[in-house]
Each structure stands twice: as structure tokens, then as C-alpha cells.
Design a protein around this ligand. Structure first.
Ligand code: CS2
Length: 501
């Protein structure tokens, strides 16, 4: 198969950009040009560019990688083009893919190689939006959502305005350049799975800016806006088999196609000081304020991500390597259905905040999304960074349930699943790494707990880990629910524990 990907060589049935890419100006700088951003923001922006005529050509995207050159090395030779593959299964369970080549990304920058180029892009006259998918750990916020000034990279960025390393450092120093050049403010937009992510990003950037130059912080607060949003699309990591399959379909190799489910959701606070693409054309829910995003955010973080994390830890330990394989376990599927129906949905206040949403239908649709056999979404991928995910995916729901005096048995099994997962060995005796920014501390915590004989004492030791459990660390109700679940997982295994529920 020839490569790199070229539009002229595409089969007629593959959708491709229907605008002049050479006339695209870069209006969006996006940090974290990974598969999710290219399958979600990339699609919505492609649609908006196509629908926008000349005005749409203002919204090309520059992708910034904070760590490694892999995305740039793959896509630069093919002029930033890549294939978006939406995969579903037909009635017989056979995968059905629709392909679309996306042209919106016009530049890929690698921050460690050339931080100046990233700063210059933020400070470019064409730039209107700076957005992020840097994952939960990329914000370097503490459990109280304050900037971790003690972090070595933040300390470095405070002292090195020309060569930041962190997202917050790049944003603050890039905005300082805009201000120094007399340019207007821009909108900063987080697409990460964090509560009130617009307010979070604003707080972190203003903290950093205040530390380096208080008038800069005042300028940012007055001239820039921070748009909160919640996104939803399952985007598994691209595999070699995916690349081979797409090469056959395209009759040429795409160095990095991205795979996604057909489902797409984006609730976005419409606060853009310098304009935005016409994302409504892509079905994006543009809402007036953060309170309007909040209802969709709570739904997504607690229903989708909370059940995702619960199944991921149980799945990894049980040896169910993909989400659809886990959903083929009737006991797990029944557990997730009951978790959502009986313990998560009562905390959403959906009748008031999402009056048009049929929760039972949403729940059924979510389990079908998870059961999609065409995605092969790996449970190990979801299990990453648990210390950064559990607080908003499971623990906030636990807090609301405990405050209401309501049971948390199924939530507790998800928490126990994470604690059990931290052993680093599955039920077939296979070991796996704990991929988490707090891995060292978690390893020490786990070793300390393993030294205890009594199951309740062991669970209490684990739940005392304040960086994750915070004010829940000493909760007797949480311990009462998690301790027996953890003991059951250790003594009987995942499936028998689920079957006993
Ligand atoms: C997943 C999310 O890897 C994970 O943590 O739970 O990436 C999930 O696939 C998306 O949030 C779905 O919208």
C-alpha cells in the first residue's frame, strides 16, 4: 500500500474535505492532539468549516503535543490528513465502518522541540480559541483544584517564560505575549472529563498569571473567556490491525487513523470573546452558561465515566480485556444496570435539570454503546489514572448518596474494584503496570495495606488515602460498604462477587 495519505488517491466512497485547505487559517490551538480530539473536536470543526463558506476557513486547527513527537511524525508527512473511522456493529454483530478524511488540522507542534513556536501560535493574530484535551492529570491541580506550585514543571514554567512545559504555563505565557503585542483576548476551552472544567482552567491560569504578573492576570480576566464543556464519544486507541484494515479500504496507508463509535455529544458554554466555528452544524449543544453545562456534565461524568471506571477495574482483574467482552458477562451487565438505575441516577436531579431526557432509555443506550463489539475498547486503557478519575466519577456520587442516607453498595464495588486492581495482578496470575501519576504512592499504600491480616483494617488503610478520598477518607459508611466488597473480590473473585450481588 502506498503512503502517505493523499486526497487524490482516495476511493470515491470516502468522504473528504470539500473546501480549499490551502485557504484555511489557524483559529484554534489545541493542546493534546490525541485520538479523542481528532475524533471529536476534529469532526465538529470539519463540519463547521465545510458549512461556513469563507468564514469557516478561519477555523483551521494547530495541534500541540506537550510530550512526544509521535502524532506530528505520523501526520505531518500526510499534510495533517487522517481518517476518522466510525464503527458500529450490524444486527449480526459484524463491524460496519464509515470513513471520513479530516482536513481541519493544518499544523502539529511538539512543545519540547520548539516551545517558542507554540507560544507564537497562541500569540498569532489569527488565533481565536485555545483548547485542551490534556487528560485529568494534565492540569496539575490538587484535590482542592488549586494549582500545584510545588510541581517541578510548574516551578520551571514560572521561571522560564520562553520554554514552558505545562499546559497552564503555555497558556499564561502565550496570553502574556498576546497582551504585549496588543492583541485581543481569546477563549480558553477545556474538553477534559472534569467538573466545571471552564472554571477550573480559569482558576489555574489566573493563579499562575498572578504569580508572574498580577496585571497580566487582570488582563486575562477582563479580555479572555473560559468556556466550560462536557464531551462524550468513545475513542479506543488505534491498533496496528486498525491501520491495516483502513489501508485496505483506502488503497493507501494512513499513518494514524482514529476509531470512534457513532455516538457524539458536546454540551458547550457559548462564551467566545473572539468568535467560534458554527459547531451547531455538527449537533453541538451550545448553552448559555456553566449551569446549563452542569446537568449534562453530571450525567456524563457519573453515568458514562462512573460505570466505565467501575467495569474497567473489575474487567482488568477478571481478564475481560475489552469493554464489550465485559458486557457479555450477564452478571456484570446486570450490575452496571443496577448501579446506574439505583445509585447514580437518583443523584442527577434529571427530572428538573434534564426534563426531556428519558433516563431509562439513556441507560439502555449507554450499555449498548459499551457492548459495541466493533470498538474493542480496552479496559486497561480506561483503568489508567484512577487517582485522577475516581473523585468525579464515583466519589462525588458517593458523597451525594451518603448525604441522602442512601445505600452505596454498587458504587462501593467499583471503588473496591480499583483498590483490588492496585495489586497489579489479574485472576489468571498475569501482572500489569499501574499507569497512574500517583503510582509510587499507591504502590506504597498497597504494600502497607497488604501487611494487614484483617480485611476491614486493610480496607480502612486503603481508604485513608486522602489525595483520592479526601473527606471520605474517614467515612465509616464508606468503609462499611467497601470492606466486604474488597474481601469478596479477594476471596471469591470478580465474577462470583458479581453473581452474589
Ligand atoms: C474513558 C473515557 O478512558 C477513559 O477514562 O472512560 O475516555 C470515555 O471513553 C469517554 O469519556 C467517553 O466519552
Amino acid at each position: 500500500m502506498s503512503g502517505p495519505l493523499r486526497l487524490a488517491a482516495l476511493p470515491a466512497d470516502v468522504a473528504r474535505p470539500r473546501y480549499d485547505r490551502d485557504r484555511l487559517r489557524i483559529g484554534i490551538v489545541h493542546f493534546g492532539a490525541g485520538a479523542f480530539a481528532r475524533a471529536h473536536l476534529g469532526l465538529a470543526t470539519e463540519i463547521a468549516i465545510e458549512a461556513g463558506g469563507d468564514a469557516g476557513l478561519a477555523w483551521g486547527i494547530a495541534g500541540v503535543s506537550l510530550r512526544d513527537p509521535a502524532t506530528r511524525d505520523a501526520l505531518a508527512p500526510q499534510d495533517g490528513l487522517y481518517t476518522l473511522v466510525e464503527r458500529a456493529a450490524d444486527a449480526a454483530g459484524a463491524p460496519r465502518s464509515t470513513l471520513r478524511v479530516i482536513g481541519a488540522w493544518r499544523e502539529f507542534l511538539v512543545a519540547p522541540e520548539d516551545p517558542g513556536a507554540v507560544l507564537a501560535r497562541i500569540a498569532h493574530d489569527d488565533t481565536r480559541i485555545v483548547s485542551l484535551t490534556v487528560t485529568e492529570k494534565g492540569y496539575l491541580a490538587d484535590p482542592q483544584r488549586r494549582l500545584r506550585f510545588e510541581h517541578a514543571d510548574i516551578a520551571h514554567d514560572l521561571a522560564h517564560p520562553q520554554s514552558p512545559r505545562t499546559a497552564v504555563g503555555f497558556l499564561a505565557h502565550g496570553l502574556a505575549l498576546r497582551r504585549a503585542h496588543g492583541l485581543p483576548g481569546v477563549t480558553l476551552m477545556s474538553l477534559d472529563n472534569l467538573p466545571t472544567n471552564g472554571a477550573l482552567l480559569r482558576g489555574l491560569v489566573l493563579e499562575f498569571a498572578t504569580r508572574i504578573d498580577p496585571p497580566l492576570a487582570a488582563w486575562i480576566d477582563a479580555q479572555c473567556s473560559f468556556a466550560g464543556s462536557i464531551v462524550d464519544r468513545i475513542v479506543p486507541r488505534t491498533t496496528a490491525a486498525d491501520r491495516d484494515e483502513i489501508a485496505v479500504r483506502l488503497h493507501q496507508r494512513d499513518a494514524w487513523p482514529v476509531i470512534a463509535e457513532p455516538y457524539f455529544e458536546w454540551a458547550l458554554e457559548d462564551r467566545f470573546v473572539a468568535g467560534r466555528p458554527d459547531w451547531a452544524r455538527a449537533g453541538v449543544r451550545l448553552v448559555a452558561g456553566a449551569s446549563d453545562v452542569a446537568a449534562w456534565e453530571r450525567l456524563k461524568l457519573r453515568m458514562v465515566n462512573g460505570s466505565h471506571s467501575s467495569l474497567a477495574y473489575l474487567g482488568v482483574v477478571a481478564g475481560w480485556s475489552t469493554v464489550d467482552a465485559a458486557l457479555r458477562q450477564p452478571a456484570l451487565r446486570a450490575h452496571l444496570d443496577a448501579l446506574l438505575r439505583d445509585e447514580v441516577e437518583p443523584t442527577l436531579d434529571a427530572a428538573r435539570t434534564l426534563p426531556d431526557l428519558d433516563l431509562a432509555k439513556y441507560r439502555a443506550g449507554l450499555l449498548e454503546r459499551f457492548a459495541n463489539p466493533a470498538l474493542a475498547h480496552r479496559t486497561a486503557q480506561i483503568a489508567m489514572d484512577g487517582s485522577q478519575k475516581l473523585p468525579q466519577r464515583l466519589l462525588d456520587t458517593v458523597r451525594d448518596r451518603l448525604a441522602a442516607g442512601a445505600p452505596i453498595a454498587r458504587l462501593a464495588l467499583g471503588i473496591a474494584g480499583w483498590l483490588h486492581f492496585l495489586r497489579g495482578i489479574d485472576e489468571q496470575g498475569r501482572t500489569y503496570p499501574i499507569d497512574d501519576p500517583q503510582a509510587a504512592a499507591l504502590a506504597a499504600l498497597h504494600a502497607s495495606a497488604e501487611s494487614l491480616i484483617d480485611g476491614r483494617a486493610r480496607a480502612a488503610r486503603l481508604l485513608a488515602y486522602a489525595p483520592v478520598f479526601g473527606d471520605l477518607a474517614g467515612s465509616a459508611e464508606l468503609l462499611d460498604a467497601v470492606a466486604p466488597a474488597l474481601t469478596a473480590l479477594r476471596e471469591f473473585g470478580v465474577l462470583p462477587t458479581l453473581q452474589r450481588r
